[in-house]
Design a protein around this ligand. Structure first.
Ligand SMILES: Cc1cc2nc3c(=O)[nH]c(=O)nc-3n(C[C@H](O)[C@H](O)[C@H](O)COP(=O)(O)OP(=O)(O)OC[C@H]3O[C@@H](n4cnc5c(N)ncnc54)[C@H](O)[C@@H]3O)c2cc1C
Length: 546
């Protein structure tokens, strides 16, 4: 009999130590991508952000920001409307670092080539610890090119949107040291179909406008400025709506309620109503979609970055668990079948990260006037948004399973990664919308297909499976009457061919080979962990993060 029975029953063995105190940026796939896309100069900063993101303190912030959710206060104690949202201090701490590290608008004020790549990589690293606060950060990043359609407004607000100061609270925008932006497009009767918007806009004698109507989803309602779509006499138009007017009074922005969401719980998503709400026109009247699309293009890019980051964060947890947990006398990472699962996830994640950074590089070069990159970005953003975001929930679920029952326990952090995983596939254009957007690009902007072709053919002759898949895809890219019906098949193949071409050119041979064998040649099962015999598993496992 034991002299200390309590100690015996509570002995803890074979449990995995927490994954903390590491540098999330210490990741070969990420670092190679950042160098390749022209932001090697940012690596010291990236490692600093990576060490911070991997710290226990920031992991606690992430947990608390989601556990203690934003709370809406519609009225003060006297019955006056105030429409404030309270966030936990940990949310503010996350935001403070994000804005301070330049993840919001500051890349637009940075002349250095690669500034948008540096920002993209830092966004991936930082948001992989907590994705929810990435929403206001992304929208603030994305609003700048759209706001430039109104040069007078951009002159006032751009310096504050590109600031590195996080100053929460409703104050006169001009009196703050830094601003955050959001967007209001989606209404009850239509999100994708914004033409169905019923919010109306009426011009005033002083050149301002008044909005009346509702929005069904408007995230981060405590932000300072919003781009809002509304119907003007000349058609659907884009307006700037500040929460506080230049004279210091509150604009009418009645937050009816906050959404009770599957995930993304640290972020507030609201239903605002506008009534005599003061607004300024951005871009030409009747050209609202054309104006706000410059914001949506950038938030779509952030969806790809966010999904690649979420996939990699889940894989890091799975790899860490497998390195420390033993079953049947051997570490999980040495069990052949687990090696196949992790290697397959590693291939998926490397393909996602490589494509995400390629898009960030294209965005950066587009800002610097590269028309070829603009054309590439047009088609490749739709393709990347569709595929990388669609794969994230599947990959995260598989990574969660690698932890066994512990992965189902909130304390592991995996349930949060899982709940957050489907979101990037929905907002900023859901799966079908991106598939149809690809068709639109093919029909209206043939130069985007030419740029795509150039990208794929840079890898020509290096892998016969890639060459064959590209050959087949070219036939499918022809716009026939049944193109909408086939669009998902085609965009999926386009994404795989693009990822294959990038990996063949840039990844270690074992990664490219495994990708082509399993994703392009069709020699695989449907779940992860079905890489064919002959795969160089040891080489693939060297690409695991953390
Ligand atoms: C957490 C969260 C936060 C959000 N924040 C914001 C925000 O800040 N601002 C904002 O404006 N919106 C926001 N949204 C809304 C989001 O952008 C929309 O939900 C999304 O664009 C889809 O629009 P919808 O919900 O009206 O769906 P619908 O437009 O009704 O689409 C439903 C489905 O039909 C598909 N579909 C649409 N058109 C076609 C077609 N022609 N052919 C085939 N299929 C089609 C879509 O892909 C989708 O799967 C947010 C959403 C979420 C979940």
């Amino acid at each position: 009999m034991s002299s200390n029975p309590t100690a015996v029953t509570h002995e803890v063995t074979n449990q995995v130590p927490p994954l903390a105190g590491h540098d999330i940026a210490d990741d070969p796939v990420l670092l190679e991508g950042v160098r390749r896309e022209g932001a090697a100069w940012s690596l010291d900063d990236l490692h600093r952000i990576g060490r911070r993101a991997g710290s226990e303190e920031v992991q606690r912030w992430a947990d608390e920001a989601n556990r203690f959710e934003p709370v809406l206060r519609t009225h003060d104690r006297y019955g006056n409307r105030i429409d404030e949202v309270d966030f936990h201090p940990s949310y503010h701490a996350l935001m403070d670092v994000a804005v301070g590290e330049g993840l919001a608008g500051s890349a637009w004020a940075d002349e250095r080539p690669g500034a948008h790549v540096a920002r993209a990589a830092a966004f991936m690293v930082w948001s992989s610890t907590e994705a929810g606060h990435g929403c206001p950060v992304s929208m603030t990043y994305a609003v700048v090119p759209a706001l430039r359609h109104a040069p007078d407004l951009a002159k006032i607000y751009e310096p504050l949107l590109t600031s590195r100061v996080y100053e929460p609270g409703l104050h006169t925008p001009g009196g703050k040291r830094g601003l955050l932006a959001g967007m209001g497009m989606t209404e009850k009767q239509g999100g994708t179909d914004v033409r169905a918007n019923t919010t109306s806009a009426t011009e005033q004698a002083d050149g301002t406008w008044r909005l009346r109507g509702h929005k069904w989803f408007t995230s981060a309602p405590m932000n300072d400025l919003f781009l809002v779509l509304a119907q003007a006499p000349g058609g659907l138009s884009c307006f700037l709506v500040p929460r506080v007017l230049p004279d210091g009074s509150r604009n009418t922005f009645r937050i009816q309620r906050l959404k009770d969401k599957l995930g993304n719980r640290s972020n507030a998503s609201s239903e605002p109503e506008f009534d005599d709400t003061v607004a300024w026109l951005v871009g030409a009247e009747g050209k609202g979609v054309r104006t706000i699309i410059d914001m949506v293009t950038m938030t779509r890019l952030d969806c790809v970055l966010g999904s690649a980051a979420g996939t990699r964060a889940a894989l890091a947890q799975a790899a860490h668990h497998a390195r420390h947990r033993s079953v049947f006398g051997a570490k999980l990472i040495d069990q052949p079948l687990m090696r196949n699962v992790l290697a397959d996830l590693a291939v998926e994640s490397e393909a996602a990260t490589t494509l995400a950074l390629r898009l960030a590089g294209a965005a950066d070069r587009t800002q610097r006037g590269d028309e070829g990159e603009r054309a590439f970005l047009r088609l490749a953003t739709a393709v990347g948004k569709y595929w990388v975001c669609k794969r994230q929930p599947v990959a995260v679920a598989e990574a969660l399973e690698c932890l066994g029952g512990n992965g189902y326990d909130e304390a592991s952090g995996m349930p949060r990664l899982y709940r957050d995983a489907p979101l990037n596939g929905i907002w900023e254009g859901s799966g079908n919308v991106n598939a149809l957007d690809m068709l639109r690009a093919l029909a209206r902007e043939p130069e985007s297909l030419e740029a795509f072709r150039t990208e794929i053919e840079a890898a020509a002759g290096r892998d016969q499976r890639l060459d064959a898949a590209w050959q087949e895809l070219q036939g499918e890219l022809v716009l026939t009457e049944d193109a909408p019906l086939r669009a998902r098949r085609v965009i999926e193949r386009a994404a795989l061919v693009l990822q294959g071409a990038l990996l063949v050119r840039h990844a270690p041979a074992a990664v490219a080979d495994a990708f082509c064998a399993s994703r392009l040649a069709g020699d695989r099962g449907l779940a992860f962990g079905t890489l064919p015999p002959g795969t160089d598993f040891a080489a693939l496992l060297e690409r695991l993060p953390a």
